[in-house]
Design a protein around this ligand. Structure first.
Ligand code: TYM
Length: 332
């Protein structure tokens, strides 16, 4: 059975981008594959969260994983820092990751542009830690959104380079995966292209948002003054809203608003109301389960402990083998 590995950083509440880009695929994959899903708390350290915030966001992501339907009986659900072997593999993999290729990574360049005062080494070597997460369990399928595709390419480069350097056929190649065949990019509500926490709360609909909050955000979403000619192509901000509608609504609803748009008869107020109500419906079950699970400390602890044990066993085996391949043998 193929092994699946993926994670989400503990940087806050999960939004529809995380859900449709990653988490909804995790849930489906657990019936078909040997799955490892983790909370990437080490990756979230690049932005220096306070210890208090870090602890509560890690817990929040665990709750949201479970609320979305991840099942600890089917998948290994763990916290990245509970498996310190990943930091050791990261050290080894850093020895054959080169400055030029790390600097060329699109996500790195975007982060440098957005926050030039915090270009730390952890940010530069982010893809090396990510490759270590995957290689640690010999993952071959990695459910992620479109923005992570390049990191998967880099993971293959690092794994293949390790194999060549030590003349082994040890690490397998991992590929980004989505059930929809195409990796998805969920747009934000702010006309900025991608839904993301770094674009601010107004851009994101969170899985835990109450219906009233969703209505408010959607009604304020960036749009324009409306089409002026029949069948004119949609500008990006409007296409983004249609893309969101496609994800949460039925094809009939989408084609209804599409027709209205093409006939220059669309009223954005009605369109946004429909979008908000369909988002509320699409997130309803997860929202309710978050409320059920978040107070259940015992259950959460049990899940995390079980995950740490299962992921630890797989990680320890890999690290032992990697040390042998590298030549780090005990001399005593
Ligand atoms: P993070 O926390 O930035 O994102 C987690 C997942 O959510 C997806 N995602 C989106 N997908 C579609 N549209 C969006 N607007 C959107 N926003 C976020 C991301 O593509 C991602 O799948 N680097 C990873 C975390 C990670 C990881 C790994 C993933 C660390 N190690 C190993 C896979 C395997 C990340 O992007 O986190």
């Amino acid at each position: 059975m193929e092994t699946v590995v993926s994670g989400i950083r503990s940087t806050g509440k999960l939004h529809l981008g995380n859900y449709y880009g990653a988490l909804s695929n995790f849930v489906k994959m657990q019936d078909e594959y040997n799955c490892y899903f983790f909370i990437a708390d080490l990756h979230s350290l690049t932005t220096h969260p306070t210890p208090g915030d870090l602890g509560s966001t890690i817990r929040q992501v665990v709750v949201e994983y479970l609320a979305a339907g991840l099942d600890p009986e089917k998948s290994t659900i763990y916290i990245q820092s509970d498996v310190p072997e990943v930091a050791e593999l990261y050290l080894y993999m850093n020895m054959n990751a080169y400055l030029g290729e790390l600097e060329r990574a699109t996500a790195f360049k975007d982060k440098v542009r957005a926050n030039p005062d915090n270009v730390n080494a952890g940010l530069l070597t982010y893809p090396v830690l990510m490759s270590s997460d995957i290689l640690l369990h010999h993952g071959t399928k990695v459910p992620v959104g479109k923005d992570q595709e390049q990191h998967l390419e880099m993971t293959r480069t690092f794994g293949n380079r390790f194999n060549r350097l030590y003349n082994v056929d040890y690490f397998k190649e991992a590929f980004a995966f989505s059930y929809s065949n195409k990796l998805v990019k969920i747009p934000g509500l702010d006309g900025q292209g991608k839904m993301g926490k770094s674009n601010g709360d107004a851009s994101c609909v969170y899985l835990s948002d109450e219906p009233e909050a969703i209505r408010k955000k959607v009604m304020r979403a960036v749009s324009d003054s409306g089409p002026t000619e029949m069948n004119q192509p949609k500008p990006e901000v409007i296409q983004n809203l249609f893309d969101l509608l496609t994800i949460v609504s039925t094809p009939d609803t989408v084609s209804h608003f599409d027709d209205l748009y093409n006939r220059c008869e669309i009223r954005y107020g009605d369109f946004k109301k429909q979008l908000a109500e369909d988002m509320i419906l699409a997130t309803q079950d997860v929202r309710n389960r978050i409320k059920e699970i978040e107070g259940d400390d015992e259950y959460i602890k049990k899940v995390i402990k079980l995950g740490a044990e299962k992921a630890g066993a797989s990680a320890q085996k890999t690290i032992k083998e990697v040390r042998e391949i590298i030549g780090l043998k005990k001399l005593y």
